[in-house]
Design a binder for this molecule. Sequence first.
Ligand code: 13P
Length: 248
Amino acid sequence: SRTFWVGGNWKMNGSVAAIKDLATTFNAGSSPSDVEVVIGAPFVYVHLLSESLRKDWAVAGENCYVESSGAYTGEISPEMLKDVGAQWVILGHSERRSILGESDDFTAQKCVKALAAGLKVALCVGELLEEREAGITQQVVERQLDAVIKVLKEEDWANVVIAYEPVWAIGTGKVATPDQAQETHAAIREYLKKAISPKVAEEIRIAYGGSVNGKNCKEAAQKPDVDGFLVGGASLKPEFLDIVNATQ
Ligand code: 13P
């Protein structure tokens, strides 16, 4: 069975003082040994977080570039993230896709480079509100996945978690119902069975993201195809520990 995965995505939030405080809170909390926990921090705080955070939790970058080093002003390589203590990187977040204009193929290239550098990848996919209303959720998610499926080898998927994050549920307080999450996760798994292999489909973790909090996580966590959460706002609060314990 799949190890439950809970990710925090701090986005562009935090400060040295706030991170030290939050790490102290998280380090004192209970974290089940059968749950994998990862916190994504802004690049400039990755090193501080990796030094401050409990060692049974891992640290993620929230993005990376597609080269190891060179004349790419302002970019950060997967190797650099590893060097400062990250084991994971969040890629394809809807905020990168829609605000920064990053394409499916660029996201896929980032996955290739990050995995080659030895990082694990939380790959975000998800539809806009108008896409859900138009009934094309599945096509959108499959298009986003196809770009990555095209460029990864089957064995690479062992180091990928898929985060299904419907854009209309992100930061809106409008959480997908547990049934909506289950339905899309099951459809994603079914698609991966055909598009990659039954083994990858069975083993890959599919986490839900979008307005997850300490209260609404419990019921969703019971759904057979919900293998975890990617949490924005609530990962900046002590409440994140309740989500880490959602399956308990
Ligand atoms: P919220 O939990 O704030 O809705 O954000 C979800 C998200 O985007 C996690 O990557």
